[in-house]
Write a new protein. Structure first.
Length: 207
């Protein structure tokens, strides 16, 4: 994890852009349904606001689509700002031999009633390229399974970047507590206490 990757000015630029896009009626923030299971006949996606850039990952069937299935609208394209960010962060902190480009960005907005159970990011065809994550707003408790199968946890504060790669690419992970009174003052116009924005950048296909 890289703490304080973003300075205040850059964080504000990102947040302004994301929340403006989130207001779009067709492509912006929404609350998708998820698969029925043996515990819930009509479960709900665990965060209150969700959207994608590039390919749309559908929580209903765990498949990536070029359009949003509910309305057949193309998601916002992946902006150059985000492509450049991924290239720079990998070059600086996690050099890889293969070509990397972002095909999908999943944006989750956590509120004080949101959580994310332990899961594995395995719906992509490409499991060799890393997943890059960015966190703004409140600090969260991030749970992960180490190589010995032991669940551990760390705190991820605002403006942090984290990377799943190599043996960690398919690790089990989740989000536990989102801590109160941890929103940076300069981000208070976007977040209340125990609210958090998380983006994950993914290369979906191998070719």
């Amino acid at each position: 994890m890289i703490e304080d990757y973003f300075d205040n000015e850059t964080a504000q630029e990102w947040l302004k852009f994301i929340f403006q896009k989130g207001q779009d009626e067709l492509r912006g923030f929404h609350h998708p349904d998820v698969k029925p299971n043996r515990f819930h006949a009509k479960p709900k996606y665990p965060v209150k606001k969700y959207m994608c850039f590039g390919l749309y990952w559908n929580p209903l069937d765990y498949i990536y689509y070029p359009v949003i299935p509910d309305n057949q609208t193309k998601p916002f394209p992946v902006p150059k700002l985000f492509q450049d960010f991924c290239q720079n962060v990998l070059k600086q902190y996690y050099p890889i031999e293969s070509k990397y480009w972002v095909e999908s960005i999943i944006v989750n907005f956590y509120t004080n009633t949101s959580s994310m159970g332990a899961h594995v990011d395995k719906d992509e065809e490409d499991h060799t390229s890393p997943v890059i994550g960015v966190s703004f707003g409140s600090t969260c408790r991030f749970l992960y399974e180490d190589t010995d199968g032991v669940m551990k946890d760390i705190k991820i504060p605002a403006n942090s970047v984290y990377i799943f790669g190599k043996e960690a690419r398919l690790m089990k992970h989740g989000v536990g507590t989102v801590y109160a009174q941890t929103v940076p003052q300069d981000q208070s116009k976007y977040f209340e206490s125990k609210e958090r924005l998380n983006l994950t950048f993914r290369k979906v296909y191998q070719s």
